[in-house]
Write a protein that binds this ligand. Sequence first.
Ligand code: HSE
Length: 326
Amino acid sequence: VIRVGLLGFGTIGSGVFKLLNNERELITRRLYNATGRNVEIQITKVLVLPDEYPPELPEELRVTDYNVILEDESIDIIVELIGGLNPATDFMMQAMDKGKHVVTANKYAIFTAQGALEAKADETDVHLRYEAAVAGAIPILRSITEGLIGDQIESVVGILNGSTNYILTGVKNGKTLEQALDEAKQNGYLEADPTADLEGYDAMHKLGILGYLITGKYPPASSIERKGIENITAQDIEKAKQNGQAYKLVARATKNADGEFTYSVKPEALSQDHPLYHTEGVLNTILLTSKYAKELVFTGYGAGSLETATAVSGDIVSIARDLHIC
Ligand code: HSE
């Protein structure tokens, strides 16, 4: 049995809990096929706030003090889904110091630590995985670090933030900005602090992580040109529509003449022949160009509970598999 301590039971945490329960048999069968052993994944403790009583969470799993999880030697994997910088970053560091593997969806913490979390995982010899941190359900990190491990990526162009794309699409289709923003919130697409989405910080964190996986080093925040959608009005969106264009928050990583990557996140009015024009609502798209594979396009849900839970669960199950193969 691989035991999991889940930190946070919000949009993604509750999705992971549901997915692992719903797909218990499938996952056990897949793990058997991969390892030849009967491996079961069990969530044994869930950290929530003292005043939080989610109805779907069995009382016997509910914990309000992180130390109870940290000191539980039977827990193999910590799944951090609290979000924000701290205490999330401290919790992950402490877990790795205790020899626990870590899975997270926290792009803000991963990007801001600029490699310190990965270094801690190396030092303590544990797995740290964060597929869900970039582009929700799209397995883009695996595609870069495994599928394209032998190729040279030359550029990334993408829509990496689902909520702003949902808002821009909604307004283009006749909703007011307030309506679209409110719906994005109701659907759980926005960060706890929505300015992270609206001002382009969230897309910048995700682009920075892609940059790290491609080049081996994190671009500092100060080196990424960043502009959000907060100054785009309904009139701007309507005017673009009349010209056959749609506004998108576009993230780019491009190699310059010296072979160095430069990074930007900013709104662009794209015309219909642009491959990102057709990415609507909460979808994300990533276009990769590389030396040998040439062009690859990935599209999928960039936010949402069960959609993002697939990426988190994939990390948990793959750690369980690797622990039994090694
Ligand atoms: N707030 C994020 C977004 C959630 O809108 O893309 C998924 O990372």
